[in-house]
Design a protein around this ligand. Structure first.
Ligand SMILES: C[S@@+](CC[C@H](N)C(=O)[O-])C[C@H]1O[C@@H](n2cnc3c(N)ncnc32)[C@H](O)[C@@H]1O
Length: 368
């Protein structure tokens, strides 16, 4: 006899619970909703619906993987972040709800100026979560997501279609802010959720350690290896009056504040809803000057390889305007690097190399 939605949920919840799953009911529901292509709440109105054999087989296969520790988001292939349903898989960290605090803080600083031509960089973009959430909120922002991991970038690019006008979003490979090194226009906002967990931290759940990319999780012996390099780079690259917003781990607030204080005009550490240190903010000296809302021509980029762009862009769209070069010239008050010198030479990013010691490209980011 075929089982109904409710019967299957009861059995599966018990079965997952007996195997140590920390959230058996929720997981059972999310996976069943996925198999039946229903919203989770739709399971309740369909509680007496019988499942056919194929549906039960698909559900069983997913539930077994969940019992083996595979995170639910990798099984369903999606994770909600801010307003977006991002595609995720084992190539990227599963975006966490606490990271939405960075989006909130960024938008608080943007305030009324949502229509301005913000230049935003997301360092360690992973699935593109922060880059795309901000692009979704700021219609004229030009957004660059950087990641060291080409596999992660493929996921981010595949998510770019989720926001309007994905041609203004670009994803490039690079070590922290190295891709911006030679670009004359500075970002107004740099956001980052870097790897910050200390190697061997016993609080890391087995499912997380066993399935999420270690390059996205771990930041060396004390968790601060990446942050130590990122903080001075971000300070050196920001436009005058720009902001750096970075997620950190529980208990890292004092260390991160001390690292950041010498580099910014002002810094602070914000707590999350549970009272843990969560977000570093740093403000660059000077007054923030934002460009006007860009014209459609100026928004078209005369930049580099199309492969670096968000999904949905085409070479034709990129090259289609004779006025495209307008996007190259600074259109606001940000200082370009001084003549003959790189302003980031002392604290800015060094040219990155890949695992074989070959230099990674410095990307010509005309659209930022
Ligand atoms: C904690 S994950 C954050 C992913 C995404 N921003 C989010 O919040 O869900 C950190 C990301 O940083 C990337 N990463 C690690 N080291 C990096 C480096 N040196 N330069 C650029 N990206 C790096 C990882 O590949 C990973 O995608």
């Amino acid at each position: 006899m075929s089982r109904t939605v409710l019967e299957l949920l009861r059995l599966t919840t018990r079965w997952l619970g007996e195997r140590g799953c920390p959230s058996p009911r929720v997981d059972a529901e999310v996976l069943l909703a996925h198999v039946l292509a229903l919203p989770r709440m739709g399971l309740y109105t369909a509680h007496d619906r019988p499942l056919d054999d194929a549906e039960v087989d698909r559900y069983r296969a997913l539930v077994r993987q969940r019992a083996e520790g595979v995170p639910v988001a990798y099984l369903t292939g999606t994770r909600g972040f801010w307003t977006l349903d991002l595609a995720v898989d084992e190539r990227v960290l599963i975006p966490r709800p606490e990271t939405e605090q960075l989006v909130e803080e960024a938008l608080r600083r943007v305030g009324e100026r949502r229509a301005a031509a913000w230049r935003i960089v997301d360092v360690g973009t992973g699935s593109g979560a922060l880059a795309l959430a901000l692009a979704a909120e700021l219609p004229h922002a030009r957004v660059l997501g950087i990641d060291l991991d080409e596999d992660a970038l493929a996921v981010a690019r595949a998510n770019a279609h989720l926001v309007p006008d994905p041609d203004r979003i670009r994803f490039v490979r690079g070590d922290l802010l190295a891709p911006l090194r030679e670009h004359p226009r500075r970002p107004h906002l740099i956001v980052s959720n870097p790897p910050y967990i200390a190697a061997g931290d016993p609080r890391v759940e087995a499912d997380v350690h066993g399935h999420e990319p270690h390059g996205a999780l771990y930041g060396g012996d004390d968790g601060l290896d990446i942050i130590r390099r990122l903080v001075p780079q971000a300070a050196a690259m920001l436009a005058p009056g720009g902001w750096f917003l970075m997620e950190m781990g529980t208990g890292q607030g004092d260390a991160v504040r001390s690292l950041a204080a010498p580099h910014f005009a002002e810094v602070g550490v914000l707590r999350d809803l549970e009272g843990h240190d969560r977000v570093l903010w740093g403000e660059a000296a000077g007054a923030l000057e934002l460009g006007e809302e860009p014209s459609s021509e100026a928004a078209v980029d005369a930049g580099d390889a199309g492969a670096d762009r968000g999904a949905g862009s085409t070479e034709e769209a990129r090259a289609g305007s004779g006025a495209a070069a307008a996007g190259v010239e600074p259109e606001d008050g940000d200082d370009p690097p001084e003549e003959g010198g790189d302003p980031t030479a002392s604290t800015g990013p060094a040219p990155a190399v890949d695992a074989a010691g070959r230099p990674l490209p410095v990307v010509d980011l005309q659209s930022l």
